[in-house]
Design a protein around this ligand. Structure first.
Ligand code: SF4
Length: 448
């Protein structure tokens, strides 16, 4: 019995897919990359903005096309959480829609499917051997505590989701509608999961949530991210701890010092800022003082100039005028971020910004997005070049001919650049290298 899992969207969805795959493997399925070989194709959708929904639907239709004879097509994830009934009506080719993280429903379907496929297999056997009928399927465990994940990332790197949902309720964002309020995972459970992942070969642990910096506020009454990172660093086999999805409102001095200098912590911070102009930020219901944010980033850089900063911005938010756009251009020059992404505002039903006017014409938003990206390209190229001649640690992820390809502290998987090295080294190991040249996103060097 084979299953193919397709994940759309963010690393938090990847973790959901890993939990689903773990359940399927426990039920006797093996993973396959070939949709034609699969008895079940599970598409884990993303649904927080229009473009993600379009991508999810095209992937579902592709999967329906590719599915082999008699294969089941199951769809889950954020888009199902938002539009289950509409999807069921629009996509008759889908056999089952499973609620977001509805493990009981997945368990029930798997149970039935497991029995159906075993019956099918044993019937096939019976026809071959004309012997007696197949055994019952093994009991399914549905409680998914600690590890309970079949990693979809390389064995040396894994995400650790420290919380789910969000209480920030930014005016444009549908995630609180989809995933609900902020729920931190218990401290001990996270340590246990991390220890199991490390024992399984994980060297890089990437902390994720909708807002990682808020960790603990809901269940401990105070932020405990720094404490968590410090405890994770005590796990011997873990070598890198990378922090993603920081919120500017919760980036305090204690956390700045940890990112700048704590052992094992990658000198890397992914901190979505979304805009820089106070009026737009206030309308977005986000911290509205760009000087304060800039001050925090500069403090971080002052403590450690080698820290890599990545951010994302929304362009064309309702009411955005030319002066707001120009303000953001100046902010980008001053902030000198290593990397930044620019997304066109997507009006989302049920969010406060949905009814806001005036909307910015798409042509204007696209022009601003293009010009901001151009400006950032120059900034990023300059930030990359400053690494020439320096010594860095690189996590080797693959080999191409005489070249080794990996990531350093500057590179989160799937969204940042890579490091291309000449020399000898083991895939999955972290080795030291000297940077000889750089381009916009990538570094090149020699192994020491
Ligand atoms: S912090 Fe992020 S996930 Fe939370 S509401 Fe704002 S944009 Fe959405």
């Amino acid at each position: 019995m084979k299953v193919k899992v397709i994940t759309v969207g963010c690393p938090k969805n990847t973790v959901d897919s890993e939990q689903a795959l773990y359940m399927m493997k426990t039920a006797g399925f093996t993973a396959t990359e070939d949709p034609e070989q699969a008895d079940i194709i599970l598409v884990n959708t993303c649904g927080f903005i229009e473009s993600a929904r379009e991508e999810s639907i095209s992937i579902i239709l592709e999967a329906a096309q590719a599915a082999g004879n008699g294969a089941r097509l199951w769809v889950t994830g954020c888009m199902v959480a938002r539009y289950k009934d509409e999807l069921a009506e629009a996509l008759p080719e889908v056999d089952a829609f499973i609620g977001l993280k509805d493990w009981d429903e997945l368990g029930r379907l798997l149970g039935n499917e497991g029995i159906r496929l075993r019956l099918k297999a044993s019937a096939r056997q019976a026809r071959l051997r004309s012997s007696s009928y197949g055994a019952a399927s093994p009991p399914l465990s549905t409680s998914y505590g600690a590890a309970g994940r079949a990693l979809l990332t390389p064995p040396w790197s894994a995400y650790l989701r420290i919380a789910d949902g969000c209480d920030n309720r930014c005016s444009y964002c549908a995630i609180p509608i989809i995933r609900g309020g902020y729920v931190s995972r218990p401290f001990e459970e996270l340590l246990d999961e991390a220890a199991q992942l490390a024992a399984g070969g994980v060297r890089e642990l990437i902390l994720i949530a909708q807002d990682s910096t808020r960790y603990g506020v809901d269940i401990y009454g105070k932020r405990r991210l720094v404490q968590l990172i410090t405890a994770l660093a005590d796990i011997r086999d873990l070598e890198w701890i990378r922090l993603m999805y920081a919120h500017p409102a919760s980036l305090d001095d204690e956390l700045i010092e940890v990112v700048a200098g704590a052992p094992k912590v990658c000198r890397y911070l992914e901190i979505p800022l979304q805009h820089s102009h106070p009026d737009i930020l206030a309308s977005m219901r986000r911290p509205a003082d760009p000087r304060d944010v800039l001050g925090k980033l500069q403090k971080l850089r002052a403590l450690n100039p080698g820290v890599t900063l990545r951010s994302t911005f929304i362009v064309g938010y309702p009411g955005e005028r030319k002066e707001h756009y120009l303000h953001l251009r100046n902010f980008l020059r001053e902030a000198a971020l290593d990397r930044a992404g620019f997304f066109i505002y997507s009006p989302e039903e049920g969010t406060p910004a949905f009814d806001m006017r005036p909307r910015v014409r798409m042509s204007t938003a696209l022009r601003r997005q293009e010009r901001l990206a151009e400006l950032q390209t120059d900034v990023s190229a300059g930030m990359s070049a400053r690494w020439i001649g320096s010594t860095i640690d690189v996590l080797i992820e693959s080999r191409e001919g005489n070249n080794l390809i990996g990531r350093c502290h500057r590179d989160a998987p799937e969204i940042d650049g890579a490091v291309y090295l000449t020399g000898q080294g083991e895939v999955g190991s972290i080795i030291r290298a000297t940077v000889t040249h750089a381009d916009l996103h990538d570094l090149y060097g020699i192994i020491l």
